[in-house]
Every structure is written in C-alpha cells, then in structure tokens.
Ligand binder design. Structure first.
Ligand SMILES: [Zn+2]
Length: 367
C-alpha cells in the first residue's frame, strides 16, 4: 500500500547493495548521488545449523568479524556524505534511509534442500535472508526518543514498506524489526538506527510463540494475543495508552523494565495497520520510549534498550500479533542486569523487580 505522504527513492551503493530513501514529499531529490567508494566484494553467504537438542537454528556468520567498531563521529557510516567524506549514504542529507548491511549475518539466495548430517537431526542450510540497516535521522546525536512524531510516522512507513518487500523474498519466513540502543547493549554505532533481519527460518522465540498461539486457538477458539491484551488491560500493569495503542509491563516480565506495546485491534504485521493505528502510533511509541529515558533521572546518561518487534510468520497471519517489546538491561543507575548462569546457561530468567513495581515506576516518570 503505497503511502501518498511518503516518497521512496531506490538507489544502489558501489558494491550493488540497495539503498532506499524515505522522505516526505517536497524533500530534496536524493536519487542523483552516486557512491564513489572503491568497495570490495561483498562477504560470502553464511550458513545456519539446527541444534539437535533444542531444535533451534543457529546462524554462523564468520564473515562479520571485520565489521567496524566504534568509529568516531567523523567517520560515521550513517551520517550523510560530504564532498570529502563518503559514508554509506551518498546524499548530503536524508530523512530516513534503509540499506543492506555491509556485513550481514543473513544473506544470499536460499539454497533449498537442507542437508541432513549423520544419524542426528543435525541440519544445515546455506544462504537465505537479508539484513538491513534503518537510519532514523541524519542527526548523529539524536535518539529515537528525541525524534518528532512526523519522523516516527515516516519510520513506521519504512518498516511497513520493508516488511512487505522482505516477506515477498523467496525463503523468508520472518521479518524482524529491532533497535539496539546504547553502548551497554553492544551497539557499535551511536548514530540513531535500527535493523531489520529477514530470517530464512523462524527465530526460536517467535517459533515458540507461534506454537503456543496456534495451540491456544485450537483449544479455545480465541487469539492468545487478544486474551493477553484483555487480561493486561484489567491487571493494573498498563503504562500508557491512547485510542489505538496500549503499553503494559507483562505478567511474567523477564527484564527489570520491560514494556509491551500492542495495537488494540490485532493485526499480523505492519502492513495490516489501518490509518487510525498508523496516525496514533508515533504518540504512543514516543511516549513509551521517553518514559524509559526518564527511569533513572532526567540528567543521567541515555538509558540503553532493545526494541523487538514481533510480526506474524510468512503465511501464518493468525499465529502472532504485531507488537513491540521494549526493555532495558539497566536495573538501577550505574547497574546493569547481566545474563548469567540461569539466563544464559538455562534460559531461565530471574527478575528482581516485580512487574507491578516496574509498571508503577514507568507510569510515575510520565511522558
Ligand atoms: Zn552519524
């Protein structure tokens, strides 16, 4: 569904990667800027292996070891190019830009038949998927929470466009939109940006949710996500809401501060949001992100967070409802939650802040 209020300009970088500008109509033309960098060949296709014990795919992306680490602001690959300094974005300015990651974990055409290795269910697949970077603004020093509503709406339009395009690629089973923000999360670039992974398999967490939701539907005739949202609306852990969106701390939150934002009317993915939901999204999402930034005092360093968008798998719109889970690894000023023996070793989370207390705190820091 092309959005009349969004202008897309599709271009290519020197090594053939796609770069798409998303602008409001009336912005300067972006299409005439060539990428003059002498880029080498793109890294080879990676592979994914199925863990025989867990039945979960693990992607082996050894080609990523050479990626840049903390380049200073004068060599930021997401700042617009100038006459003397060429970044990933050849234009001298942009609003939102999406391009294929130079060091993708997932890439290449899928090679269909999985190989079965030995007597165990050890399977291997090569290629498939795509990794994209979404630059939210040309302003190196901004963060999502400081963007205005118009820009948040343009980013939503970009996520929507890319979800439709990536779901249409052969072999793609899940489109995962996410943002890692803050050094404590291991972000190698401080320029405000997010990422999109088009997986050639279902990520373990989404696979589990899809299985649970499918089972719930078969047993009760109802959507698991609808039931979760109804229960949360009654439970007192709502953080903020507007006419179309609701954010709450979930019943069994894993992280010290973790909020889930749902549209009130269930949709499978970004492409199914209606105009009212789109119009109300920026207010709801910015409200939530700004609360996270105020959690430990307004004057402290930026609060690191992960924003993880769940979307229905390709071809299974009933299985998962679109929502975003936002959580921080900071549990107190200067203190981080590390994933240790129970979480990393067994996948068993231990959260020392009650979800009810976290919800009260997120409400109290008002937007
Ligand atoms: Zn930058």
């Amino acid at each position: 569904m092309p959005d009349a209020a969004v202008r897309t300009t599709v271009t290519h970088l020197a090594d053939g990667r796609e770069l798409i500008y998303f602008d409001r109509p009336g912005a300067p033309d972006r299409g005439g800027y060539r990428d003059p960098r002498p880029l080498g060949p793109r890294p080879g296709t990676g592979e994914s292996r199925l863990d025989p014990l867990l039945g979960e795919w693990v992607t082996i992306a050894a080609n990523r070891q050479v990626r840049p680490y903390h380049p200073g602001p004068d060599v930021c690959p997401l700042c617009p190019s100038t006459a003397t300094r060429h970044s990933e974005i050849p234009a001298p300015g942009y609003e939102v830009a999406v391009f294929e990651n130079a060091f993708p974990s997932l890439s290449g055409p899928p090679e269909p038949p999985d190989e079965l290795i030995g007597p165990l269910p050890q399977r291997l697949r090569r290629g498939g998927g795509r990794c994209e970077v979404v630059a939210f603004t040309a302003d190196h020093n901004a963060m999502f929470a400081t963007l205005d509503e118009d820009r948040a709406g343009l980013i939503l339009a970009a996520w929507t466009d890319r979800t439709a395009a990536l779901l249409a690629l052969p072999g793609v089973e899940q489109v995962y939109v996410f943002e890692n923000a803050g050094e404590e999360i291991g972000v190698t670039l401080s320029h405000p940006h997010g990422q999109i992974y088009a997986f050639p398999y279902l990520a373990p967490k989404l696979a589990r949710i899809a299985e649970r939701a499918t089972d719930h539907l078969a047993r009760t005739g109802r959507s698991l996500h609808d039931d979760v949202l109804a229960a949360e609306l009654a439970a007192g852990r709502v953080v903020c809401e507007n006419a179309e969106w609701v954010a709450f701390v979930s019943f069994a939150a894993r992280w010290p501060y973790e909020a889930h934002l749902y549209p009130r009317r269930r949709v499978p993915d970004f492409t199914a949001l209606d105009d009212a939901q789109r119009a109300a999204f920026p207010g709801a999402y910015l409200n939530l992100l700004r609360r996270f930034q105020r959690l430990f005092g307004a004057d402290g360093p930026p609060v690191p967070y992960i924003a993880a968008w769940h979307q229905a798998p390709a071809g299974a719109p009933q299985a998962v409802a679109l929502h975003v889970e936002v959580f921080t690894v900071r549990r107190a000023p200067g203190k981080l939650k590390y994933l240790a023996g129970t979480e990393s070793g067994m996948g068993a989370f231990m959260n020392d802040i009650a979800p009810e207390e976290a919800a009260a705190r997120l409400r109290e820091v008002g937007a």
